[in-house]
Design a protein around this ligand. Structure first.
Ligand SMILES: [Zn+2]
Length: 311
């Protein structure tokens, strides 16, 4: 069995007509997962309601984000919605939904550390562009960084690695964790591309950051050596007690927001690489905007997790 953490409430973060980061992304993935032949092997779990963990969740949020940023997101929602930046609309429900997304990522951590098996957090809004003091690029709160700090609260967790395979560099995540020796951040992303960060010569305060920029048009044939020669050795050397994957699927050839040329099944191979390191993997959804390739990529990811776990 493999746990997928999901709630229909994640559809209530409304971004308006024609925005690529839209509720239909999740609906497409849910429909795809319910129609696969191994659908009965998925354990669908609701995220813990925010009200049930409000105080610890807000404390964690404040370790990662400034009070003024959190307040700004709440205020925009209280006003019925608005824009965090030119790319990042919010609706009246978006603050509550963003908190529930964080809660879902924390549940993913609990699930993986309890079972020793991967779990997938099917939540939105995404988080890897959100910086300590501002939201941007469709992202409100830094789900992956918050999940890492949550895991580190446990006495048995000393080190957490975050692998970000979204096609865009996770400027927010890197900025939040790069000065913390307990967290490694590794990103493979298109360059040049939004948000214009993530250079190869950035290594973090403790050699805990690895950026692998990829040229537009790159296929899996270039991702393979990037993983085999750089990403996997980096993660292996760090020896994390938990791996969090910022699982964006906008490096697909059909994705409208970038120009990398992966195919959905290629994410199965990337997943296999990661499973060679550890089975303690929390996958959390970031980007991915072409609905067919997005949903088939998530299918490929989970199918690989199940096939490896069955051995
Ligand atoms: Zn992206």
């Amino acid at each position: 069995m493999l746990t997928v953490i999901y709630s229909d409430e994640f559809l209530n973060h409304k971004t308006g007509l024609f925005h690529p980061e839209r509720p239909e992304r999740l609906t497409a993935i849910v429909n795809a997962l319910k129609s696969v032949s191994w659908a009965q092997q998925l354990n669908w779990q609701q995220p813990t309601p925010v009200v049930d963990r409000l105080e610890p969740l807000m404390t964690l949020l404040k370790t990662v984000h400034t009070p003024s940023h959190i307040q700004q997101i709440k205020t925009i929602a209280d006003q019925g919605g608005g824009y965090v930046d030119g790319d990042t609309p919010m609706s009246a429900e978006s603050y509550e939904v963003a908190l529930l997304a964080v809660s879902g990522w924390l549940d993913g951590v609990d699930q993986v550390l309890t079972t020793g098996r991967p779990a997938f957090v099917l939540a939105r809004p995404p988080g890897h562009h959100a910086e300590a003091d501002r939201g941007m690029g469709f992202c409100l709160f830094s789900n992956a960084a918050i999940a890492a700090y949550y895991a580190l609260q446990r006495p048995d967790i000393q080190k957490v690695a975050i692998l970000d395979w979204d096609v865009h560099h996770g400027n927010g995540t890197q900025g939040i964790v790069e000065a913390d020796a307990r967290i490694a951040y590794c990103s493979v992303h298109q360059s040049p591309c939004y948000p214009g960060t993530g250079y190869r010569d950035e290594h973090g305060a403790y050699n805990n950051v690895l950026n692998i920029p990829m040229s537009p048009g790159s296929t899996i044939e270039l991702y393979k050596p990037a993983f085999q020669h750089y990403i996997l050795p980096f993660l292996q050397k760090f020896q994390p007690d938990l791996l969090i994957i910022s699982a964006g699927y906008d490096a697909n050839a059909d994705d409208p927001l970038a120009s990398i040329s992966l195919q959905p099944q290629d994410y199965g191979l990337l997943t296999e690489y990661c499973l060679q390191l550890t089975s303690k993997i929390v996958f959390g959804l970031e980007g991915g905007y072409d609905l067919p390739s997005l949903s088939q990529s998530v299918v490929a990811t989970l199918e690989k997790c199940l096939s490896v776990g069955a051995k």
